[in-house]
Design a protein around this ligand. Sequence first.
Ligand SMILES: O=C(O)CCC(=O)C(=O)O
Ligand SMILES: [Mn+2]
Length: 206
Amino acid sequence: MLLVMATLSLFGEPQELLPFDGSAILHNRIFDENFTREAFSLLRESVPWEQPEIVMFGKKYPQAGFSTWHTNTGVSYVYSGIERVAHPMTDLLDEFRLKCESVAGASFNSVLVNLYRDGNDSVSWHADNEAINGREPTIASVSLGATRRFDLRHRETKQTVKVDLEDGSLLVMSGLSQICWVHQIAKTKTAVGPRINLTFRLVNRV
Ligand SMILES: O=C(O)CCC(=O)C(=O)O
Ligand SMILES: [Mn+2]
């Protein structure tokens, strides 16, 4: 397996992580440290966290982490056999959304909010390729709190890109990234604190 370690750019320049078949651009420290610290506590306390059960091989398992789906479109998010009902956007999520729109140069109307309490919470290999995201979606992913490693793996060549997603960073995936690559946040035995991730998307209104 070919492994590409993505090195962080020295001057804080946005960095393209994918060598081909789509784009994943990492912007470090896009959000100010004081803002992310406050936003993290506010979100942790105020988000109506849910731990849905996903269906694998006909059996139900609780998802390894908590999350919620926010959108004012009323569209629910269906994946892995579960339906996430729409909670309204909040002022704070909207503040993040507007910044993501300006950096990514794309529109977003929805966000999946994920909480990783420690290294045991994870998201296994998948692509954000559900029909409601559209065929070549642009997805803006904000990281708050503890650093976690994010892996991308090409479906055919199996080439892997690994990168640390730090507090205040923004990863913008677009083009063929959800068609040709899968991604994960793997479990880790290293002691890590909690992390919140916001993935902004544009879904079709009902
Ligand atoms: O936590 C992350 O950085 C990734 C989350 C993710 O892939 C998703 O919500 O679809
Ligand atoms: Mn994803």
